[in-house]
Every structure is written in structure tokens, then in C-alpha cells.
Ligand binder design. Sequence first.
Ligand code: PLP
Ligand code: SF4
Length: 338
Amino acid sequence: MNTPALSLIKSDLPEKWQEILADLITDPKELLDFLELEEAANPYSPVACTQFPVKVPRPFAERMEKGNWHDPLLRQVWPDLAEEVTDPLRSEDPLQESDFNDKPGLLHKYHGRVLLTVAPHCAIHCRYCFRRHFDYAANTPGRARWRETLDYIAQDTTIEEVILSGGDPLAAPDGYLRWLLNELDAIDHVRTLRIHTRLPIVIPQRITAELRDILNSLRCQVVVVLHCNHHAELDDRVFEVFSALAEDGHLLLNQSVLLKGVNDNAASLIALNKALFSQRVLPYYLHLPDAVTGTGHFDVSEVRGKQLIDELRSQLPGYLVPTLVREEPGKSSKTRLA
Ligand SMILES: *Cc1c(COP(=O)(O)O)cnc(C)c1O
Ligand code: SF4
């Protein structure tokens, strides 16, 4: 298939995603300088930065509003002092994922689908992340160790879908993705390859012509589940890559996390889902945050979540209302709340 390069919209940033990924903002002070903010108003936690280092891609930082401590994008990446709050009801592994980790890089919790941790890192560190304490390095196999996992998938004919997750699977290089996707595509009973990724949003340059060729060459149906929480994360360049992926025939869905001070109001969620739909992206899940240590300042109650869904239902067509879910250990699927 002919896939023209995506370079219609120019910025001062390098065009190569690897260069952008190698030059993330990792110093909170640099982020503040860039945003013209004074640290005294909202000091950061050095402890939090050690536990889960700051990582902000420059294309994402450019979409933040200067001088605004309440910017919804800044809030998602700011290592707030509140992360130091300890709470006995929160844990480092609330989903008990380590219990399901029987083959290298594999989580097989739900019927018919498995999740693979494909890349050991992300392009951005979202402070609310439920995998912020996850040992990616220990759970991301190299090619040789994938063999055991690929054999497991090949032997279980109930597995029809493989989900590439992470870290962020698109943080992996194209050559590695081509190899892994081709291996999975060659397993007859696998029909769907799903990619859970935040990269098309935080570094849209990641959607290269080569990556599009890899996805377009697969027999399986490809589903791309984006992760966008606020419409301010979307700009023309991001929309350009959504359009490209949709034109290639892939199904585009979005999941969000309901986050206090970011998107916990109906107007914001409506604006987000309308903006996504204008680029052929449908809402999938709206997650209530998990009870992860250090993320309590993002909590939104279940009652409030249901209220918001009711408001969305009264104002949007059914297909633009995401499903409110929470993940609970030991369940056969995510728990639907509304
Ligand atoms: C969320 C999740 C899935 C996918 O569930 P869907 O409801 O199909 O989106 C699969 N495996 C694991 C381990 C998950 O956490
Ligand atoms: S991109 Fe996803 S996995 Fe990575 S830090 Fe953000 S929420 Fe967590």
C-alpha cells in the first residue's frame, strides 16, 4: 500500500520520533521555566521524582498553557508533593497483576485475549499510572524469551486477540514491532491485534510510514486504543495521524482515566469525545483511577463518575458515551459501573 510521509504540519521539533524520545523533559525545573511558572506556588516532590522520574515529551509540553498551574496536561505530569501521602488502602500492585505473570511478558486474565508487555518504558510518565510501580525491565522479554509466550498463545486456540501494551508498545523500534507482530499474525486463531498506546498523542511523529506499512501488512484486524484524557492534548498534528490510521482501515478507540482536576466535569468529557469523533475515534472506556500508592490526589468517586456518565448520556449520542469501568482483581472482565 502506498503510504505517503506525514509531514504536512511543520514545527521546530525534530521530525524523527527517536530524537524527540531521546530529548524528553526530565527536570521539573525545566518544565516550569518553559511554562513561565514559579516553583514556590507548587513545589514538586524529589521523592516522587526518584520513584517515578519525570518524563514529558516536548510536543506534549508545547500544548500546555503558559502560566497556568491548573493546566490539565501539566497536572497529569507534575510530581506533586501529594504523591508522598501514604494510605493503607492503596497498594503498589492493586490489580495483583504479578499473580498472572506466568509466561514472559504475558498477562492472561480474561477469556479470549491476552495482554503482552512489549516495551519496558513509556514516552511520558503519567503521574496517575496504575503501572507506575511495575517492574517493566523484569517483565519485558527479549526476542529469545518471547518464544515461550508465542508457543503458549499458539497452543491455546481460545486466544483470538492479542493486546500489545507496556510500557507503551510504540516506544519499541519498528524492526522489533515488525518481528513480533508478524509472529503473532502467523498464529491462525489470532484474529485481532490490539495496540494500547499514548504515543500517537504525546509524540505524533511516531506514526511513521514504516509503522503504517507494518500495520497494513497484517492479516489480523488492527485496533488502536489511544489514551487521551483531555481535548487540549489534541492538536492538528495529532489529528493528522489519527486520520492516517483511520484511512488505513484500523479501528480507533480511546480510553481515558477520570482524573480530579483534569477531566472530572461533563463539559470537558463532552469536548473530548466530540473532538475525538471528528477524527473517527470512538470512546471506549472511562476508567476510575486504581488505588495505587501516590495517586490519591487524582481520585474521583464512583458516585461522581456515574453522575458524569448520566450527564454525557443526556447530551451525546450513545456511541459517544464511554463505558465507566473499574478494574478489580479476580474478575473475569473489567467491572462496568454505569
Ligand atoms: C483491560 C485488559 C484486557 C482487555 O480487556 P477489554 O475489556 O477487552 O478491553 C485484557 N487483559 C488485561 C490483563 C487487561 O488488563
Ligand atoms: S503512557 Fe500509560 S503506561 Fe505509560 S505512564 Fe502513561 S498511563 Fe502509564
